[in-house]
Design a protein around this ligand. Structure first.
Ligand code: G3H
Ligand code: 13P
Ligand code: ZN
Length: 309
């Protein structure tokens, strides 16, 4: 069964008022945990790979692991490049079999972002691959992009419409207050739903994307810290806000940090309780289970996409 694009998934998500989860993958246990949860919940699924993940695991391993997951679960999966920073990395993923890529030109001035995005789209569409672009700047840290909170800029709705129309992108990541990583809000979490609403009004049916959408559930931070971690208390995007965004046209919601926290908390707990263990299977098995439970939780309580596969 080949990979699918996100086109149909997003159409159904928009019409159904829910979101598809895009989860970052780096190794076999993460892929297995995510796909087992999606299978059991009968949920649509996007697996996404960052440049860092490709460096860590190698493209070919991730590709083969995702193929194995499709064969094992029978799921329809969209495989997406997360935060492609230039044409070359997008081309490499398109040539290497991905069904979707992101070109992240958000750090460039508007016209340069448009030109770069168009270059990727021209190549991708020719090969049946869909393209996510980004307009506006999230605060936080990504692979090679480090945007201070003071430099973050919300997406301008009128510019977003112009960007979508001039580039022909298939989906657009917008900045409405989310940010990457575990430390998202200094004070009260606040999302600019008015921006989301305005773009959706101007471009009904067009799929919008939210990056930096981990909730950083306090129990996982506490669990990490209980067993020797040293994470400061963090405030992520509240789950009800994400659910609301999903109902308003955010068709793709990106989650990485929450999976990292769940996996790390599980491994820390394991070694605190069984310091004598040295068989990787003994700690990776519960870690895989922790990923699965986190993804199941997201599918049911945040994305609202159970039984929508
Ligand atoms: O937004 C970035 C993702 O969380 C991927 O993180 O670049 O450390 O793999 P990474
Ligand atoms: P989080 O760091 O909030 O999980 O965001 C992940 C993301 O946006 C990946 O592109
Ligand atoms: Zn992101």
């Amino acid at each position: 069964m080949p990979l699918i694009t996100s086109k149909e998934m997003f159409k159904k998500a928009y019409e159904g008022g829910y979101a598809v989860g895009a989860f970052n993958v780096n190794n076999m246990e993460i892929i297995q945990g995510i796909t087992e949860a999606a299978k059991e919940e009968n949920a649509p699924l996007i697996l996404q790979v960052s440049a860092g993940a490709r460096k860590y695991a190698k493209h070919v391993y991730l590709m083969k692991l995702v193929e194995a997951a499709i064969e094992d679960t029978g799921l329809n999966i969209c495989l997406h490049l997360d935060h492609g920073e230039d044409f070359e990395v997008c081309k490499s993923c398109i040539d290497g079999g991905f069904s979707s890529v992101m070109i992240d030109g958000s750090k460039y001035p508007f016209e340069e972002n448009i030109a770069l995005t168009k270059q990727v789209i021209e190549y991708a569409h020719e090969k049946g691959v869909v393209v996510e672009a980004e307009l506006g700047k999230l605060a936080g840290i990504e692979d090679d992009v480090n945007v201070d909170a003071k430099d973050a800029a919300f997406t301008d709705p009128d510019q977003a419409v112009e960007f979508i129309e001039r580039t022909g992108c298939d989906s657009l990541a917008i900045a409405i207050g989310t940010s990457h990583g575990a430390y998202k809000f200094k004070g009260e979490p606040r999302l600019r739903f008015d921006i989301l609403e305005k773009i959706t009004k101007l471009k009904p049916g067009f799929p919008l994307v939210l990056h930096g959408a981990s909730t950083v559930l306090p129990e996982f931070v506490q669990l990490c810290n209980k067993y020797g971690g040293n994470l400061p208390g963090a405030q992520g995007v509240p789950e009800e806000m994400l659910k609301k965004a999903g109902a308003m046209g955010a068709c793709k919601i990106n989650i990485d940090t929450d999976l990292r926290l769940a996996m790390t908390a599980s491994i820390r707990k394991h070694f605190a309780e069984k310091p004598e263990d040295f068989d990787p299977r003994q700690y990776l098995k519960p870690a895989r289970e922790a990923i699965k439970e986190m993804v199941r939780h997201k599918i049911k309580n945040v994305l609202n996409c159970s039984d929508r596969a």
